[in-house]
Write a protein that binds this ligand. Structure first.
Ligand SMILES: [Zn+2]
Length: 755
């Protein structure tokens, strides 16, 4: 299967860098709605130019709108998508279910890709996507290549092959959102996973060798690339819209070369130099990731969340003025270096040899001196974090040409004719009638030379076919002019290529049932973590009780209105019928919605009316709104919206801020091949710099998943009357460590509310 190389683009410079280093496609974002709000990104004018430029070189361009779209943003977002579609974008990458529905209905021809933010990890999800008209899915980085190869689907599959990794399933992380009000689902992730944490078993701190307990290495798949080329994946994505143009360019160049090698010779050879360059450009340590089933310790680098560079040498002496270093690697003026122990970095502005003479460059095994401008106090190990020569080298972009074929006919008595074709477009033009040469006839070589003189154009002639009469004559200036006109015409055609014909459909919003009387009785739904809590909730006669434990569900389902909460990450789907289910991902929605009572939980990120309509159509009984909705967001969601009777608001509890494939307990506490710690009855926590403790909840039965809960309950009890006024009657509570008395007190507080 042919593989597309897909490069990240955060600004115009990276766009050129990606294209000229050989990508097949790029992804980038406008100023709004992209998951990288802190990258430079593109203005609308730049987007139009970028699309044209990409198309000129035969590169596809995908625009990311991979955030959740609040009701108040919906109209503007659709306008933006219309603009992209009209300007010939190849596809848009989306996260929001409601937006996908709306786009599919409004713009039937526009290609939609499911962002990695949709944490696509099972075949049922892909089946749903096919129904929804999604062309491609960017798969969750937690999948192994083996699992991916088992997917038999018509949806195109895209995977990440290089770059930064998230520790949580993407799109499933609320850590940054809840802690810093910077939502990863709105492109504003603050990178909580790169902060220090300590590990606690009950109240006892567990010593760990590093403190960055949630910080994964960088993905790099060059060592396993043959397997990727043999896989059923269509598109290979490089992460890095926040990274430099030189990074984007070089990573693209390396993977381009690997793909080409494989396609030409079925074999791949990577030069040692290339690995070194990849490392010095950026690495937190490299891992082949879950794609190749890396173990936790292969996957994580808990000692540092920063760029690791490459080993440069050792400090042999240090004083106030100078640092003396024994090099194990070449060092150049203007290189960036970092001292590991002291964690201090600098640019080497002046480099001296052992005798103290200024030099430009030193080779490995030499002794050098540099100015101690950072106040280094002790001997240390040094790494190189910026390679000046490599950076300079990468500033010069390689050439890239589009291959074209050419036909020229020069026959006496006929108009001179010239044709260029790129396989997709053909441009043809005629000159004046060719005459018998009066002095010198046109020679074939000269004509060829004139026609193929395409320097400073994006083209290169691959095949040329010339028919020429002996003794025929035409002025070379005419040939040149015709060539220029035709090449400009071809450029124009390529730039304005229409990948998907623009069609817009008016979508009438279906009549909804009339809003029921607002003063309906409120219904409380509680998730409990243990049997004692369950019994308390039964006693209190709550409207429904949710458990994750199948055994508890079975035991009590006859005694109350029980719901079974399914995992957020699923790869097996036992047959279930007539059960009450709280589901967390779209695979379960697809699989179970016809035969069971379904409640969708907050990870469905419902923040707009379209998502509600979509879930309604899937027979969902109740829809828990996203925790990220503020009161005002919900107000705008339900305004002129009649269909509020299925909506549920999260009022109280500790939401899951992360779900991970990595088990910190396995790596840090129990180092056996099979993890047993996370199954014992002790409570483990991650504690942050501010002494906030986040409970770790493991599910070793299904996929060995680790959930991190928020350090304290979210409490919106005082807002209940406001929601009730909006026509919302269903409310979610989650009890994690609450005792029966605490539960009773919370419930009675709710009952005391004036509704
Ligand atoms: Zn474990």
């Amino acid at each position: 299967m042919k593989k597309e190389l897909l490069s990240p683009v955060g600004n115009v410079e990276s766009l050129y860098s990606a294209i000229f280093n050989g990508c097949d496609a790029v992804y980038l974002s406008g100023k709004k709605f992209g998951a990288r709000a802190y990258a430079e990104n593109f203005t609308e004018l730049q987007l139009v130019e970028a699309i044209k430029f990409c198309h000129l070189y035969g590169v596809k361009i995908y625009v990311t709108i991979n955030t959740i779209i609040y009701q108040s943003e919906m109209t503007e977002c659709i306008e933006y998508i219309r603009f992209l579609h009209q300007n010939n974008v190849d596809a848009i990458i989306l996260q929001d279910l409601g937006l996908i529905k709306k786009v599919r209905e409004t713009f039937p021809n526009l290609e939609i890709h499911a962002s990695t933010q949709m944490h696509t990890h099972n075949l049922e999800q892909l089946k749903l996507y096919e129904k929804m008209g999604i062309k491609r899915a960017v798969l969750a980085r937690e999948l192994s290549l083996k699992e991916i190869n088992s997917f038999k689907t018509n949806v195109e599959l895209e995977i990440f092959i290089h770059g930064a990794l998230c520790i949580s399933y993407s799109g499933e992380c609320l850590f940054s959102s809840l802690l810093f009000d910077r939502s990863g689902n709105c492109g504003r992730c603050a990178g909580v996973c790169r902060l220090p944490f300590s590990l606690f078993e009950e109240n006892k701190r567990i010593e760990t060798s590093g403190k960055y307990l949630l910080s994964p290495k960088e993905l790099c798949t060059v060592s396993e690339f043959t397997k990727i080329m043999q896989s059923n994946v269509s598109s290979l994505k490089i992460e890095g819209r926040m990274k430099s143009a030189s990074y984007v360019g070089y990573v693209t160049r390396v993977y381009r070369s690997l793909i080409d090698q494989y396609q030409q010779k079925n074999a791949i050879r990577l030069k040692e130099e290339e690995i070194k360059n990849l490392k010095v450009l950026y690495n937190r340590g490299f891992t082949t990731g879950h794609l190749f089933q890396a173990t936790d310790s292969d996957f994580m680098n808990i000692t540092s969340p920063n760029h690791q560079g490459i080993p440069l040498g050792k400090v042999v002496s240090v004083d106030k003025n100078k640092i003396k270093i024994q090099l194990s690697e070449d060092l150049h003026q203007e290189d960036g270096i970092r001292f590991l122990k002291s964690d201090k970095g600098m640019i080497v502005n002046y480099l001296y040899n052992e005798k103290g003479l200024l030099i430009k460059k030193a080779h490995k095994n030499e002794m050098v001196q540099i100015d101690n401008k950072i106040g280094l106090k002790e001997k240390d190990t040094v790494v190189k974090t910026i390679d000046f020569s490599l950076q300079e080298h990468l500033k010069k972009l390689p050439n890239r040409y589009v291959k074209i074929n050419c036909t020229a006919i020069l026959k006496i008595g006929q108009k001179f004719s010239l044709t260029f074709s790129d396989g997709e477009f053909t441009v043809q033009g005629y000159g004046s009638i060719c005459e018998q040469a009066k002095k010198v006839a046109v020679r074939k070589e000269i004509l060829t030379e004139k026609i193929t003189a395409l320097k400073n154009t994006p083209f290169e002639v691959e095949n040329i076919n010339i028919t020429i009469d002996l003794n025929a004559f035409i002025a070379m200036s005419e040939v040149k002019n015709l060539r220029r006109t035709l090449i400009n015409e071809l450029i124009d055609k390529r730039k304005n290529r229409i990948p998907h014909k623009f069609v817009e459909q008016k979508v009438s919003i279906p009549k909804e049932k009339k809003r029921e009387e607002i003063n309906q009785k409120i219904a409380l739904h509680a998730l409990v973590y243990n049997e004692e809590q369950l019994k308390t909730c039964l006693e209190l006669n709550l409207d429904s009780i949710i458990v994750s434990n199948f055994y508890l569900y079975q035991k009590y389902k006859k005694r109350g209105n029980l719901f079974l909460r399914l995992e957020r990450v699923k790869n097996n789907f036992p047959p279930l019928k007539k059960e009450n289910l709280v589901i967390e991902e779209t695979g379960s929605l697809y699989k179970y919605h016809n035969t069971n009572t379904i409640v969708t939980d907050y990870p469905f990120h419902v923040v707009n009316q379209e998502s509600v309509r979509f879930l309604n159509k899937m027979n969902v009984e109740r829809i828990t709104l996203s925790i990220e909705n503020k009161l005002e967001d919900i107000r705008s969601l339900v305004s002129d919206f009649e269909n509020t009777r299925k909506l549920e608001v999260y009022l109280y509890g500790r939401p899951e801020v992360m779900i991970m494939k990595y088990c910190p307990l396995h790596m840090l506490v129990n180092k056996n091949s099979v993890c047993s710690v996370c199954q014992n009855n002790k409570q483990y926590y991650l504690q942050d710099r501010n002494q906030k403790r986040y409970p770790i909840v493991s599910n070793s039965k299904e996929n060995h998943l680790t959930h991190i809960l928020y350090h304290q309950p979210i409490n919106r009890l005082q807002e209940i009357a406001e929601y009730h006024k909006m026509g919302i009657n269903h409310f979610r509570l989650e009890f994690f460590s609450e005792t029966p008395n605490e539960i009773k007190s919370i419930i009675s507080k709710i009952k005391e509310c004036k509704i």
